[in-house]
Structure formats: structure tokens, C-alpha cells
Design a binder for this molecule. Structure first.
Ligand code: SR1
Length: 325
């Protein structure tokens, strides 16, 4: 550890220990988030300890206790179930450890909350739904309660339905696990078979959208269905732009940028600098048409065309390197 010249203590000496504790590690979004956190940590000469998530609340609690015992200066908590985290997070705060939360509401004024502006994300997706389909159609909705980003997106979906009485939610389904896409595909097959009049699916998580697309292709109904999602990855771009794909739009940030922002927020807290309570990384609407027209095939190509996909001005300081991708 050499430290960063011109940085405040303890970053001037380097080797500051920070833990990244995730609830979910599987899937493109979470892998890219972690890669962004690692890149930002490296640029800050942070010794980042990564605790992989396995959708296990008890294990995540245990990992927070392990991080406290390791003597970390900061902990980034990426998703999780707030009810099982409150007391262990308080133990960390009591020891002077700085905590940052991404997409889990820890409801503590000392803990900055990072999010992707989920209300705006869902609104942009649903505006595109209306542009493409009008405001009278039968819909399927993919949702699992208890995850902060999905709950925020759900608030927008509920309001959208009450404002557009012609939108009928015929079925609601979803699964979050280490096999989210394939489990959701199984559910989607049953739903789409039982409800052949569904023409729109709102699936605001890319693993959900991938599952619905799989089901639509297997059932041979892709041309009769339009899927709207959240998130983007190189694999998603390929699935959205391929010939005949029913996945017609997504609203997304670059998850690597969100991972980097989370680490920067922790670094600012550790350096004793001011961090807003709410830290937002704004999403962008990406339609199948716009991606095809731009000839974009990867997240890196997206980052070359859309500045928000290469960096964010959230949680920055002159001493923090932020051009990472
Ligand atoms: C199970 S929660 C999944 C969501 O978390 C992140 O906010 C991603 O955007 C993803 O859609």
C-alpha cells in the first residue's frame, strides 16, 4: 500500500480496509457492480474484502460480524433484508465503522443510501410502454416484494395502473434466487399459456426479462409480446437487439458505475467528508430501436456514446480518481 498523494488521511497512507457485503452475487448486474467497486477500490488503494452473497440473510449478518472483526474502516452493504441487518449494522457503527447502503433501506441518518432513481427508472419504462402500446392492454408483471429497488419500481407500477384503467394486470409472478432467469422462465411459460391475451410484460429486472424472453421463444409467441425491463449488460444488449426479440426496451445505469459510486461514498465517509444521505445514479432509456440504430453491441460501446455509462458525478472529490472505465 503506497497511498494516494494529496489524499486526506487515512488514504494518504493507503491500504484502508473496506468490506463489500452483497446479498446477491449471481447475474450480470451484480457481477458488474462488483467489478466497478473493485476498480474504484484499486484506484483509491483500498484493500477491498469481498463477501459473496448467496441470498442468505443469516450469512449476510455473519459476514458483517466478520468484517467488523477484520478491523475494516468501511462496509458497503449491497442489497439485503433490512429487518435482519439493523442490529449488526448498529454494532459496526458503534465501532466507528462507516457504512454505505446500496438498494437496502437501512433507515439510519448515518448511512448514505445509494440508488438508481428507481421511480424515474420505472416511469421511463412505462412511458415507453404507452408510446408503443397505448394505454389499454393486458399485461403480465414480474415482481418479488421485499427488495428495495423492486418495491420502489412497484409503487410506480401501482400508480400507473390506477391512472390507466385500460391496463389490466392479468398475472403477477417472479422469483429471485441464484437461478432467477430460468425459474422466472418456468413461471412465465405457465402464465403466458394460461393468458394468451397478454401483450405486454413489465419485468423491471434484467434477469426477469431474460426469463420471460426465454418462455416467449419456447412457446413461439415472441412476435405477439413486448417486454420492458430495467438494467443492461453486454449479454442483455445482444438479447434485446437480436432479430425478432420481444425485449423492446430497458432503462438502466451502468452497474459498474454504481459500484464505483458506492465505494467513493464509503471513502468520503472514512475521510470524514460530507456525503449526501441520498446518492442517486440516474438511469437512461435504451430502446431496441435506438440500440440497433447506434450499432451498440457492448456496455463499453454504450459508455463511449452515453457519458452516464462511463462515470457519475455522485460522491466525487478532487482527490478521488473517477475515470475508471
Ligand atoms: C432483486 S433486486 C434486482 C435489482 O437490483 C438492482 O437495483 C438492479 O437494478 C436490479 O434490477
Amino acid at each position: 500500500a503506497d497511498g494516494l498523494s494529496g489524499a486526506p488521511a487515512p488514504f494518504d497512507k493507503g491500504g484502508v480496509k473496506v468490506a463489500l457485503i452483497s446479498y446477491i452475487s449471481a447475474g450480470d448486474f451484480f457481477q458488474a457492480y462488483q467489478a466497478g467497486a473493485e476498480a474504484q477500490a484499486k484506484a483509491l488503494d483500498i484493500d477491498l474484502r469481498i463477501f459473496p452473497g448467496r441470498q442468505d440473510a443469516a450469512e449476510q449478518r455473519e459476514q458483517i460480524l466478520q468484517a467488523i472483526n477484520l478491523g475494516v474502516s468501511g462496509i458497503v452493504i449491497d442489497h439485503g433484508l433490512p429487518e435482519s441487518l439493523g442490529d449488526v449494522v448498529q454494532q459496526a457503527l458503534d465501532k466507528g465503522i462507516k457504512v454505505v447502503a446500496f438498494d437496502v433501506n437501512l433507515n439510519n441518518p448515518k448511512i448514505p443510501q445509494v440508488e438508481q432513481s428507481d421511480h424515474e427508472l420505472a416511469s421511463l419504462a412505462l412511458e415507453q410502454v404507452v408510446k408503443d402500446n397505448g394505454n389499454s392492454f393486458n399485461a403480465g408483471y414480474v415482481y418479488v416484494a421485499g427488495f428495495a429497488p423492486l418495491d420502489r419500481r412497484n409503487e410506480v407500477w401501482d400508480k400507473f395502473k390506477s391512472d390507466n384503467k385500460g391496463v389490466i394486470e392479468k398475472a403477477r409472478f417472479g422469483n429471485v434466487s441464484d437461478t432467477t432467469a430460468t425459474s422466472t422462465a418456468d413461471q412465465a411459460k405457465a402464465v403466458l399459456t394460461a393468458n394468451p391475451d397478454i401483450s405486454v410484460i413489465f419485468a423491471p429486472y434484467d434477469e426477469f426479462a431474460r426469463g420471460v424472453k426465454l418462455a416467449a421463444n419456447d412457446l413461439g409467441i415472441a412476435s405477439k409480446l413486448k417486454i420492458y425491463s430495467a438494467d443492461v449488460s453486454t449479454a442483455d444488449i445482444q438479447e434485446i437487439t437480436e432479430e425478432g426479440s420481444p425485449w423492446v426496451a430497458t432503462v438502466a445505469t451502468n452497474p459498474a458505475v454504481v459500484g464505483a459510486v458506492s465505494i467513493r461514498a464509503a471513502a468520503l465517509k472514512i475521510a470524514g467528508q460530507t456525503v449526501p444521505h441520498q446518492i442517486t445514479v440516474k438511469p437512461t432509456l435504451l430502446t431496441q430501436e435506438s440500440l440497433r440504430a447506434a450499432g451498440v453491441k457492448t456496455i463499453e460501446e454504450l459508455a463511449e456514446k452515453i457519458p452516464a455509462f462511463s462515470t457519475s458525478d455522485a460522491a466525487t472529490a478532487s482527490w478521488i480518481p473517477d475515470k475508471l472505465f
